[in-house]
Write a protein that binds this ligand. Structure first.
Ligand code: UDX
Length: 449
């Protein structure tokens, strides 16, 4: 393997860890700078502190090339590229909170020797204009640091795969050595045919926000179509299939459900809307995208009420709590809004998730957590499939029916087979699909709706 450039990665969250492990696998020595001692200790002990398929295995393989540090002062002078992958959560104002980003930038300014060739490479999602602001800061402080915007598009749950086979690599640069060095770092992927978008910093920042906002728009669009399908008797799965075959539309991201979640979409859509309005432009479409998504999470409560009447005193089981399968991330999860509403209506809520329960307990202390899905269903009047974990999709619905007191199954992700549910003696209701009533003869032991 040709000599690969050593790099620094700031932040051992989802993006930082995958970036560090990915570049280590491609042959770089990686200095991973993490301020939280607990995360460092876990990694030093060989344990990846987040759940991401394949990441632990890859970390085990490349650990020898990953060096954990707590601050920029410990970086060898020879490290030129410092990837920033720290959190940019929404501030109370709705703007992205860039304090962690600026803490890293200032740390690097302070501990980068004058005249050294070093660049801040921004992986964190930041509002457009951040790069310009940081470059201005460098100039004010007399720093020689360079700047590159290199937004990350990885999907949680597929992050390792996405690192090695991204749809594109975006490098936003000002035309100095640093852009070239980042492109070189990605060379092994580019040689495999991954497209490269080499552009200016402001455009790179906007690509990231616009891509996520468009994907969120696609989801809110199909969710509205689903809601209309419910009123007209159409099946949104058929509609999406028919629409998606038009190559100008495409099949991806046309899955109707109880709304998108995760930190990126919720954060980026709001950030772009706010960015527009701060510049005097009212981004009407995004206002609707956000509102549709919020209402979509709540529509499940109406469905439950339609079948069960008042929810006070009912028992509702939530299957799946993470914002999507294969992650323990609860940020922006539909389960949080839904559980809050159900508890607010006076329902008792039982819950199961294969990996996110520990995190969920902190956010949703009012739920009754069960260690397997069938236990969560015990005595339930209705069940809502919130997250399409494979083990939940493959549930034995006859066994489930025996556990439940009622009959209603709400498929929040349209992943269950209505016929199987009906044959198990349960009533199926999806999102934007015709409801299918239980095939079990009445009086066979299930009271319910
Ligand atoms: C997203 C982007 O895909 C990624 O490129 C970006 O870097 C970060 O944000 P992620 O948040 O990991 O990634 O999840 P993603 O798989 O995109 O799903 C986001 C949400 O949309 C999930 O809650 C998912 O359930 C929902 N979704 C997705 C739908 O409701 N319908 C769909 O058709 C697709």
């Amino acid at each position: 393997m040709a000599e690969r450039e050593s790099i620094a990665v700031f932040g051992a969250g989802y993006v930082g860890l995958v970036t560090a492990v990915g570049f280590a696998e491609l042959g770089s020595e990686v200095f991973l700078v993490e301020i939280e001692p607990r995360k460092r200790e876990a990694l030093e002990g060989g344990r990846v502190p987040i759940y991401e398929p394949g990441l632990q295995e890859l970390y085990d393989e490349v650990r020898g090339r990953i060096h954990l540090l707590s601050a920029a002062s410990q970086l060898p002078d020879s490290v030129r590229l410092a990837f920033v992958a720290v959190g940019t959560p929404p501030a109370p104002s709705g703007d992205a909170d860039l304090s962690a980003v600026y803490a890293v930038v200032d740390d690097l300014v302070t501990h980068t020797p004058r005249g050294a060739e070093r660049a801040v490479v921004m992986k964190s999602t930041v509002p457009c204009g951040t790069g310009k602001g940081i470059l201005r800061r460098f100039a004010e402080l007399g720093s020689d640091l360079a700047y590159v915007s290199c937004p990350e598009f990885l999907r949680e749950g597929n992050a390792v795969e996405d690192f090695f086979a991204p749809d594109r690599v975006v490098v936003g640069e000002v035309g100095d050595w640093a852009g070239e060095a980042v492109v070189d770092l990605y060379r092994p992927l580019l040689e495999q045919g991954v497209p490269l978008v080499r552009t200016d910093v402001a455009s790179a920042e906007m690509i990231k926000l616009a891509a996520n906002a468009f994907l969120a728009t696609k989801i809110s669009f199909i969710n509205e179509i689903a809601n209309v399908c419910e009123a007209t008797g159409a099946d949104v799965l058929e509609v999406a299939r028919g629409m998606g075959l038009d190559h100008r539309i495409g099949t991806a991201f046309l899955r109707a459900g109880i709304g998108y979640g995760g930190s990126c979409f919720t954060k980026d859509v709001s950030a772009l809307k706010l960015l527009a309005s701060n510049s005097g432009y009212h981004f009407q479409l995004l206002t609707a995208v956000i509102e549709v998504n919020e209402l979509q999470k709540r529509r499940v409560v109406q469905k439950l009420e339609r079948h069960l009447g008042s929810l006070a005193g009912t028992r509702i089981a939530l299957l799946g709590l993470a914002f999507k399968p294969h992650t323990d991330d609860m940020r922006g999860a539909a389960s949080v809004v839904l559980a809050g509403r159900l508890l607010g209506e006076g329902a008792e809520v039982t819950a199961y998730d294969p990996v996110a329960m520990e995190r969920a307990r902190q956010l949703l202390p009012g739920l009754e957590y069960r260690s397997d899905p069938y236990q969560a269903l015990a005595g339930a009047d209705a069940v809502v499939l919130v997250t399409e974990w494979p083990e939940l999709v493959a549930l034995d619905w006859r066994a489930a029916a025996h556990q439940m007191a009622g009959r209603l199954v709400i498929d929040g992700r349209n992943v269950l087979d209505p016929k199987t549910i009906a044959e198990a003696g349960l009533d199926y209701e999806g999102i934007g699909r015709p409801a299918v009533a239980s095939r079990q003869p009445s009086g066979a032991g299930k009271e319910g709706s």
